[in-house]
Design a protein. Structure first.
Lengths: 418, 106
């Protein structure tokens, strides 16, 4: 079935955070043409972070995590087709093709393709009970087994793994985390922070085993245990794997768009084709502060989607927001501003060794690159400007809690402006 | 359903129906109110759903406290009646509430 474009039509491939924001931003930018969002999953756009938090521990329902209510799309004349997979883009004819062979014409195309989970390289047929954690359907298959007394093995000590551990502990599940590296959160935080998280999870009853990989899964129909690289076998009723994601770029690659570690876009989220934009986990962009990066965060998906929508409407709104992330584990509110790669000094305001409140600053030549804030929303908010302005700070003053942070920031920013 | 008024960036007021129990943020999201982004999905982890509550409503809504207050107090643009709209739950007592969208979200 062909769909002729008799008026302008923006087609958005992907119905998660970037797609949802892009659709809304199009209307807010005054786009009066059609908007058609095509999502592979069977749901309207939903918030993904709760999948390892409130949706996993049962405190949130599907309705609670929808980004917008169903009638919001109708009111804004945004057509959403779920359960629809796009398999090819014909850039010459300006048509996308779905897995059922349907061809849909576009005036402008937005690729909000997200990412795919990395999978374990374990050969053979595996029993049931091994789950990844990316979609709502994944969590629905986990929930019946996430009950008190069951034993869970979490493979991967990144944020997803640790959040999942925290959520399962809330459900009184017995939890062991297997991390192949020498510390948890090895990719994203300083060793001192890894030690903090290990302490907290230990206090909450989670066993963390580092330097250990999963080499096999035991069980006939359903998992009964896992085999580890150190030669041991751990009993398990549930295995959850969170070992990272890779950007979904095949559609773009096959269509001849420029693709590296992500779909290459300019500062306005436009790809190598002027009628095609890309946003979110799938997009690689040259950021003013950090160079070419591909960020895996809701904030990035939202910001790039806004730039992309503006670009579709003929406006220039470069993406320049400071990267930031959050993670909720137990009573810990972690908020991170900036990216810490290349830091040469860690300065902590507060105490890492006891309690759960501090702000850890990653400095390079005395200038903050990033900050990890645990239950310190004030420091989080104030530090953003220090980072974006590349403001030199005094490490001794920074570590001194007797002076209010707000006062220090004002002083440093004023000094830097001179 | 309760009527909530959003004074938008262009100065115009948009009046929408929001269900009891929904947040003022969700009302903005469901009605495509520009300038309210809700990046963290309502978890009090960012401040992109920041609104200024009309001064004749702030007593009924309540002032910000705890972590919400810590986030707001440290924003470049904040007013005494600032609230994170994800923390304002809509009840029939708030029928007719007016909030203003700030020029910028941080």
């Amino acid at each position: 079935m062909n769909q002729e474009t008799t008026q302008q039509r923006a087609v958005i491939v992907g119905a998660s955070h970037a797609g949802a924001q892009l659709a809304a931003s199009l209307r807010q930018n005054g786009w009066i043409g059609e908007i058609l969002m095509l999502g592979e999953e069977g749901y309207l756009p939903y918030h993904r972070p709760p999948l390892s938090k409130g949706f996993l521990d049962g405190s949130k329902s599907i309705e609670d995590i929808l980004i917008r209510k169903p009638d919001a799309y109708e009111k804004a004349a945004i057509a959403v087709r779920t359960g629809t997979r796009v398999v090819a883009i014909d850039r010459h004819a300006k048509v996308v093709q779905t897995s059922s062979g349907e061809r849909i014409g576009y005036t402008k195309l937005a690729l909000c393709l997200g990412a795919k989970v990395r999978t374990l390289a374990i050969p053979g047929v595996l029993p049931d009970g091994l789950h990844y954690l990316r979609t709502l359907a994944d969590i629905e298959s986990i929930r019946p087994y996430a009950i008190e007394g069951r034993r869970a093995i979490i493979v991967g000590g990144g944020y997803i793994g640790l959040e999942t551990a925290a959520s399962l502990r809330r459900l009184h599940v017995d939890v062991t985390v297997l991390e192949v590296g020498d510390r948890v959160l090895g990719r994203v935080t300083a060793p001192e922070l890894s030690a903090f998280y290990t302490r907290v999870h230990g206090e909450e009853g989670v066993r963390i085993l580092t330097g250990v990989a999963i080499t096999g899964v035991d069980g006939v129909d359903r998992v009964s245990g896992v085999f580890c690289s150190d030669g041991t076998r751990l009993p398990a009723d549930l295995v959850i794997v969170g070992i990272g994601i890779d950007p979904s770029t095949d559609l773009a690659q096959d269509a001849g768009l420029e693709v590296r570690n992500g779909i290459v876009v300019d500062e306005c989220a436009v790809t190598s084709d002027p009628d095609i934009v890309a946003a979110g986990d799938c997009a690689l962009q040259n950021s003013p502060l950090y160079g070419w990066i591909r960020l895996e965060s809701v904030a990035n998906a939202t910001e790039q989607a806004k730039s992309a929508a503006a670009a579709i409407c003929g406006r220039r709104e470069p993406t320049n927001a400071l990267p930031w992330f959050w993670s909720d584990q137990y009573d810990i509110k972690l908020q991170i501003a900036g990216l810490n790669a290349g830091y040469d000094q860690l300065v902590v305001r507060g105490d890492l060794s006891q309690g759960r409140s501090f702000a850890a600053f990653y400095l390079k030549s005395g200038v903050p690159l990033a900050v990890d804030c645990v239950n310190r929303p004030g420091e989080f908010m104030l530090s953003k400007k220090l980072i974006t302005e590349k403001c030199p700070i005094d490490p001794a003053e920074l570590a001194d809690e007797s002076v209010p942070f707000k006062e220090l920031v004002s002083r440093w920013l004023a000094a830097s402006a001179q | 359903m309760v009527k909530i008024n959003y004074i938008q960036l262009n100065g115009e007021t948009l009046t929408v129906d929001v269900a009891n129990g929904d947040t003022v943020m969700q009302g903005a999201m469901d009605n495509m109110v520009g300038g309210i982004v809700a990046e963290c999905g309502g978890g009090c982890n960012c401040a992109t759903c920041h609104v200024f509550v009309a001064s004749d409503w702030i007593e009924r809504v309540g002032f910000a406290v705890d972590m919400e207050k810590d986030l707001l107090d440290n924003l470049p643009i904040v007013q005494p009646t600032s609230r994170l709209s994800c923390q304002i739950e809509v009840t029939s007592e708030l029928d007719g509430l007016t909030v203003k969208v700030p020029e910028e979200q941080f």
